[in-house]
Design a binder for this molecule. Structure first.
Ligand code: F6P
Length: 322
C-alpha cells in the first residue's frame, strides 16, 4: 500500500544545506501526493509531538539559508527505550508512515532505533565533519571547507604582515578531513589530524625551521579539534623558534553560513532520493554519494564501515606546502 504521510527532521550538529534537504523531501513528497510534516528539534520533537504540517510554501525561502529551520537537538530522552516508544507512538497517532532523518552517525543510530519500533526511516548524511563512511561528501562539508578557507586567508594577511605564525584549530572531534582539505587549500606548513600520529619537534618545529631557511617568514599550522591544544602549541612554537605566534580557534562559525552550490545540489538530490526509497517500501537505509551518484546502504552496514583517511593526500600536502 502506498505511503500517505511522512515526516522529516534534522538532528545532531547543524550543517549548511540541511534546509535544502528538508525542502527537497517536502517537495518530493507533495509532488507524489503525500502529506508531509516537519518535526521540530530532532527526536525531541517526535517525543513531544512538536510537528509542523508542510505545504509547498512552508519550505519556500530556505534553500539559501544555513542552520536548520526545523531546529536541531541531540536528544537524551530518545536514547531511552521509553523515549523511542513515545516517538513511535507520535508517528502512529499522526499517521506518519515514514521518517527522513537528516544528520550524522548519531542521528542514524536514532533512525535504527525508530525503525526497530516499527517506523520506517531513511537517513540523509549532513555533517561538516564528512565522517560518514559510506558517503564521499556529506551535506555541509563543502560550505564549511570554504568558510574555513576564507577565514584562514584573512588570517594569512595579518600573519604575513607581521612575519608571524598562526596556529589554527578547525572543527572535527574525531575526523581530520576538514583539517586536511582546508590545510591544502590554504597552503598550511603543517596539518595535524587525529588519524596520523604527530611529533611536535619533527612535524612542527623542524618544518617551520626548514621553510624559514628558504626565506619564508609567515606560517600557518592547521590543527584538528580532536588534537586541540593550540594555545600551548603557539606558546611553544614562539619559545622554540622566536617567531611571534598566535593561536586561533575558528569554532562554531564553521557550521554557519549560506550553503555552497555543491551542498545545495547534493542536499536536493539526497532529499529526493530519500522519499523515493520510502515510496519503494524500504526502511533503515541511508542515502549516500559515491562517484557523484546517489546510492543507498543499509544503516547497520553503513555504520559498521570504516572511512579510510587519505594518507597519500596528507603526504602530498606536506610535500608541496614548504
Ligand atoms: O559534528 C559536527 C561538529 O561541529 C564537530 O566538528 C564538533 O566537534 C561538534 O560538532 C561540536 O558540537 P557542539 O555543537 O555540541 O559544540
Amino acid at each position: 500500500m502506498a505511503i500517505k504521510k511522512i515526516a522529516v527532521l534534522t538532528s545532531g550538529g547543524d550543517a549548511p544545506g540541511m534546509n535544502a534537504a528538508v525542502r527537497a523531501v517536502a517537495r518530493t513528497a507533495l509532488a507524489k501526493g503525500m502529506e508531509v510534516c516537519g518535526v521540530y528539534r530532532g527526536y525531541d520533537g517526535l517525543i513531544n509531538e512538536n510537528l509542523l504540517p508542510m505545504d509547498l510554501r512552508t519550505v519556500s525561502d530556505i534553500i539559501h539559508r544555513g542552520g536548520t529551520a526545523l531546529y536541531t537537538a541531540r536528544s537524551e530522552e530518545f536514547r531511552t527505550l521509553e523515549g523511542q516508544q513515545k516517538a513511535a507512538e507520535t508517528c502512529r497517532k499522526n499517521g506518519i508512515e515514514g521518517v527522513v532523518v537528516i544528520g550524522g552517525d548519531g542521528s542514524f543510530r536514532g533512525a535504527q532505533d525508530l525503525t526497530r519500533q516499527g517506523i520506517p526511516c531513511i537517513g540523509i548524511p549532513a555533517t561538516i565533519d564528512n565522517d560518514i563512511s559510506c558517503c564521499e561528501y556529506t551535506i555541509g562539508y563543502d560550505t564549511a571547507l570554504n568558510t574555513c578557507m576564507h577565514m584562514i586567508d584573512k588570517l594569512r594577511d595579518t600573519s604575513q604582515s607581521h612575519d608571524r605564525c598562526s596556529v589554527v584549530e578547525v572543527m572535527g572531534r574525531r575526523a581530520g578531513y576538514l583539517a586536511l582539505n582546508v590545510g591544502i587549500a590554504v597552503g598550511a606548513t603543517t596539518i595535524v589530524v587525529p588519524e596520523v600520529p604527530f611529533d611536535f619537534d619533527r612535524d612542527i618545529l623542524e618544518r617551520i625551521k626548514a621553510t624559514y631557511e628558504t626565506g619564508k617568514r609567515h606560517f600557518i599550522i592547521i590543527v584538528a579539534e580532536g588534537i586541540g591544544g593550540v594555545d600551548e602549541m603557539a606558546k611553544k612554537i614562539e619559545e622554540k623558534t622566536g617567531i611571534e605566534t598566535r593561536p586561533t580557534v575558528l569554532g562554531h562559525v564553521q557550521r554557519g553560513g549560506s550553503p555552497t552550490v555543491r551542498d545545495r545540489v547534493l542536499a536536493s538530490r539526497m532529499g529526493n532520493a530519500a522519499v523515493e526509497l520510502l515510496c519503494k517500501g524500504l526502511s533503515n537505509r541511508v542515502v549516500a554519494m559515491q562517484m557523484n551518484s546517489i546510492v543507498d546502504f543499509d544503516i547497520d552496514e553503513a555504520l559498521a564501515m570504516k572511512k579510510p583517511f587519505d594518507r597519500a593526500m596528507y603526504e602530498v600536502a606536506h610535500q608541496i606546502s614548504i
